[in-house]
Design a protein around this ligand. Structure first.
Ligand code: C5P
Length: 236
């Protein structure tokens, strides 16, 4: 292990098309409170004093990034046009180009979780900075869960116990060395924790709250807009 204290590096994969949003524009650039959706999470991450670098992973043919002015977010923000076919590939490509120590912490955050706060990130870092594995923000499942019957459209096959179930969020925070190894093996996983689990580790769950939800469907935009506006008003 390096003698230097570990750095904290954020990676925001934003190379997806966001097809569930049914928009002409890639989801990360849809307007949310007069900014591209992606801007909000990047602003939060660049405001966390302990984070040294915020890398945003864009598709190699992304033509949207340069249409906006990102300068207000400061010098620690760096775009990388190395997105891959899957989210895992996008993150793995960024890690491969990053000059980091094995021991450095990497926080991977969905571009679409626009309502992330500095407090969410601080809770994650405080909860994990001396953890041997790393972990993720998550919320215990509150709703009763139903499994649909595949053969009968929109009919319940069974009620599934919600005991011990959590909804995974991001950021997900792992050491650079472990995450590179994990993503080198796996590209079918939908989050970094899944890749680390596949190596036999047990990431730690750090309790967050539902305001850190992922903007996925068109109706999610209005909710995100309200949350961001009410916080802005509260801080004025
Ligand atoms: O599609 P989904 O919302 O699950 O994507 C999660 C995140 O991964 C988004 O921020 C999306 O832009 C990113 N992504 C990526 N490269 C891909 C697919 C998704 O960076 N090939």
């Amino acid at each position: 292990m390096s003698a230097l204290p570990p750095r904290f590096i954020a990676i925001v994969p934003a190379a997806g098309s966001g097809s569930r949003m049914r928009s002409e524009r890639p989801k990360q650039y849809i307007e949310l409170n007069e900014r591209p959706l992606l801007w909000h999470a990047l602003q939060t991450l660049t405001r966390v004093p302990r984070i040294d670098l915020v890398l945003v992973v864009l598709a190699p043919d992304d033509s949207w990034w340069e249409r906006f002015d990102w300068s207000a977010l400061g010098e620690r923000l760096r775009p990388m046009f190395v997105g891959g076919d899957t989210r895992a590939a996008s993150v793995a490509n960024a890690l491969a180009q990053l000059d980091a120590a094995e021991n450095d912490w990497v926080l991977v955050h969905d571009a679409a979780r626009a309502c992330l706060t500095v407090a969410h990130v601080d809770t994650l870092i405080d909860g994990l900075h001396d953890d041997p594995v790393g972990g993720l923000l998550a919320v215990p499942v509150a709703d009763t869960l139903k499994r649909a019957d595949r053969a009968a459209a929109a009919r319940v096959d069974a009620t599934v116990s919600r005991d011990d179930l959590w909804q995974a969020q991001t950021p997900q925070m792992f050491r650079y060395g472990l995450l590179r190894r994990a993503l080198g093996h796996e590209d079918k996983v939908t989050d970094e924790a899944g890749a680390v689990e596949a190596l036999g580790f047990q990431p730690r769950l750090i309790a967050a709250d539902i305001t850190n939800f992922k903007v996925t469907y068109p109706q999610d935009l209005a909710l995100a807009a309200q949350i961001l506006l009410s916080r802005k008003r509260a801080s004025e």
